[in-house]
Design a protein around this ligand. Sequence first.
Ligand code: C2E
Ligand code: CA
Ligand code: CA
Length: 697
Amino acid sequence: MDKDQVSILIVDDDEGNRYTLSRRLRRDGYSNVQLAEDGSSALEMMRSQRFDLVLLDIMMPGMNGYDVLEALRNQPVMQDVPVIVISALTEIDSVARCIELGAEDYLPKPFNPVLLRARVSASLEKHRLRQLQVASFEERVERLMELVVDGILIMDERGIIEVCNAAAAQMFGTDEASILDRHVGEFIMEFEHLKGEEGAFEPLVAASGAGSTQTQECHGQRADARVFPLDVGMRELHDRGRRLFAVSLRDQTARKLAEEQKLRDALYDRLTGLPNRSLMMDRLGHALQRVQRSRDRRFGLLFINIDRFRVVNDSLGHAVGDQILVEIARRLDAALRPGDSLARLGGDEFVALIEDIPDYDAAILCAERLQRTMIEPIHVEDQQIVLTCSMGILLSSGQYERAEEMLQDADVAMLRAKGAGKARFHVFQEGMRSSATRLLHVENNLRRALTDNSDEIVAFYQPVIDLDTGRIAGFEALVRWFDGDGKMMSPGDFIPLAEETGLIVPLGLRVLEQSCLQLKRWSEQSPHELFMSVNVSGRQLDQPSVFDDFRSVVERTGVDPSRLKLEITESVVMDNPDQTEQLLHRLRGLKLNISVDDFGTGYSSLAYLHKFPIDTLKIDRSFISSMQEKQDNKEIVRVILALANSLSLEVVAEGVETQEELRVLRELGCGYAQGYLMARPLPAAEAEALLLSDPRW
Ligand code: C2E
Ligand code: CA
Ligand code: CA
């Protein structure tokens, strides 16, 4: 029953009680609550209007609760109204008398809101059911129909509608009166399906029997001729020998829409409206079947990945990122021919299926066309963004049987393109695949090594010597991976992959943390100050959280940040100078030191070097190892040292392998040296033993 339509009367001489009760009831959703302060005015009110429930206090001056109940008993119109007596515990004996007098239930004082809610709704429900039982057939039908949200029609054996509820009328877009006396066929299109073999209407009974009603999927026709999906159920009714049918109707428009949406979601990408991965796989499968049937037909697959999209997304926010993806989808789609199809696989990955393509040249032309539409600036929120993409190109060939294999190979080719420096495409070649599967294997293992609490990832430490004193001045942490078999892998085998997959981020933090703890321990053991150098990849610096991540490691380990050096390669610094400059300044703010690694191999401009908050240059090994053979290299080292001197930078020469190299470096005035001559990168325990033996070179 609709709570709005329930009217409740509270009879209590205590104003406070009346107030509390009515407020609680209103809060429970009963908006029509009226109040009486004594028995006689309550009876007065009940004579003039219908109440669905009365809450009655027993102890009242003048006419008390018993008197009211007594009076109600003698009033046929009112005797049906359920009465709940309100009683304090001390009056509990009198409750029995009230029940005898016809009260429905009692409610203890002080009021408990939960109890109040439960008792009130139970009484109302009981009352409603009782009324249904005593009412005549017509009344019962009418009341039932008020109760159901479904549409209901009652028709005779010929299908002429005799009764209709408001919900049914609303479904058909008209009023109840205009439905009556018309044939059901005007409203339910497949009404013939509701008939049995003899051509007469029959109740729809579920196959399982037991009289449960089954529904039939039909269509309704509205007054404005619009057709809508409609589930129809039918039961037989008997009224004084007449055979009638109650037809229940449920409008399925909303459900159908939801189903269609679900279907769309299953096959299409919500953001761009393009086919998603499953639909693309399906189309790819069909395309494969077609080319298998006629060998001279071929199709192409372009695997497209937006370069640096992650950076855009992180810096401009996901809403802007979404807008950009939508725009890219639109452009790519527009650049394809009508028969081709484009899908978004997720994130910033798209795939284009190019039908009927003769050879790789044609596929390349197509890739170039797509790349051209990409590089036009994209305008979002007053900004112009220029993006490029990397593409892998693959042509169908007899060897492919499964769509997944093709997609995977196109992906491999795309990764090659990306690895080769972005904004380009690569054609898939055999041989790429085997290395790709190997990489996938390594990636999985590395992921596990980083997520488990495993000790597979460890830092080794290579001493750095102060050339003035010949003593160990610090260490460089160099990561090593002992895989499941205990085989040691060098960074060259997995750092590029870790960078490609983003695993470098957790890996870098792990190495940083280990090195900080190690530095702390050694600083306490060693009589003189030490520093620790840790390598940081460009991919780590792209991370918006990099600053917070580093700070939290420093705080957590309690290391002295001024003894920590972050080694960043020259090319990373120069790739994105403005952004890097800002970040380096922030890191300097944490007192961290910055060292430019592999110096001399990139294309540093002096102006930039000057701008960056750098402490140290590490001269690349290639200059040191060939200083003797190539006089040029010795000169380069000399220039670097002069440059560093003028900028007050410290210099570390790396890759020192011979006494002669060491001698030349000393002669040139280089401050620090590192290399196999002094020590290889060592496990922590060995490095510690070496440090404590206080060697001199
Ligand atoms: P890098 O930063 O230039 O590190 C120096 C590399 O030169 C190390 O190789 C070291 O073992 C090697 N080396 C040192 N002295 C000599 C020498 O006298 N002769 C020769 N031939 N080599 C010497 P490693 O450990 O294999 O590391 C290779 C590269 O991997 C590093 O180059 C660095 O770029 C990267 N890497 C190492 N650990 C990490 C790390 O934790 N994070 C990141 N992002 N990169 C790392
Ligand atoms: Ca380094
Ligand atoms: Ca280096």
